[in-house]
Design a protein around this ligand. Structure first.
Ligand code: DX5
Ligand code: ZN
Length: 230
């Protein structure tokens, strides 16, 4: 087994989703993240089957991986993700998250991710009971609570997610698991406090980071993450 990867710092961690990046300027925009203290990249893979849209896959991930300083969190919104775990690990993902609803064998997929030396994440869509993850929670490095229906960037945060995040924290603590709780969808500097208060630790944001001035957007999140120091 290879050395296990590590998260790039302590929570709360901002996880910019490059789904909202300008792909003509991807390298420049990733440089801007790093210049502003962010090494975390959330990489949304959509297959046009588990979710309606199609995004990008292994070749793009391998290009992003050319920068060894970035931490790449591959969110696989694909049917039967087990088929592609090795391909995404080989392309350079640090963390691979599969969907509970898409996997034919969640336990086996988590084990494959770990055997390939990556961190393992499990995600639930808004309609899936959070408690469904209980049998796996001790094996996870990350639990992703979707705060919109997966498939597209730029949607509105679902308010019922607050309670789902709290439930995820409770289940994690009861099980003695050390997984981080990630949230994804509709999160902006203006509403991020509610997910932090509920216990979220890894905060995915696409349009709220890449829309407009990236440095200013990151500063806006930092002000909420560290209210005294900024
Ligand atoms: C949605 C994706 C998200 C998306 C978030 O299916 O998983 O990561 O890019 O985008 P925003 O932050 O724009 O809602
Ligand atoms: Zn995502």
């Amino acid at each position: 087994m290879m050395d296990k990867k590590r998260f790039p710092g302590k929570p709360p961690l901002l996880a910019p989703s490059i789904l909202a990046a300008d792909f003509l300027k991807l390298g420049v925009q990733l440089g801007e993240l790093k210049d502003n203290g962010v090494r975390y990249v959330h990489f949304d893979v959509m297959d046009g089957h588990f979710v309606p849209s199609i995004s990008f896959g292994m070749p793009v991930l391998a290009s992003v991986r050319k920068d060894p300083e970035l931490f790449i969190d591959a969110h696989l919104m694909i049917t039967d993700p087990g088929r592609y775990i090795k391909a995404f690990a080989d392309s350079g993902a640090d963390l691979i998250t599969i969907h509970m609803e898409a996997s034919g064998d969640v336990g086996k997929d988590i084990e494959s991710i770990h055997d390939l030396g990556c961190l393992a994440g499990l995600s639930v869509k808004p309609g899936t009971p959070v408690s469904d993850v209980t049998p796996y929670i001790r094996d996870l490095d990350l639990l992703l609570i979707m705060t919109v229906e997966p498939g597209f960037g730029g949607q509105a945060y679902l308010p019922e997610s607050d309670e789902r995040i709290r439930e995820a924290v409770r289940l994690r603590d009861e099980a003695g698991s050390r997984c981080l709780i990630e949230v994804d969808g509709g999160i902006k500097a203006q509403n991020v406090k509610r997910v932090l208060d509920a216990g979220a630790e890894v905060i995915v944001a696409g349009t709220a980071v890449f829309g407009g001035d990236i440095a200013g957007n990151i500063r806006d999140f930092d002000r909420v993450f560290n209210p005294v120091s900024t």
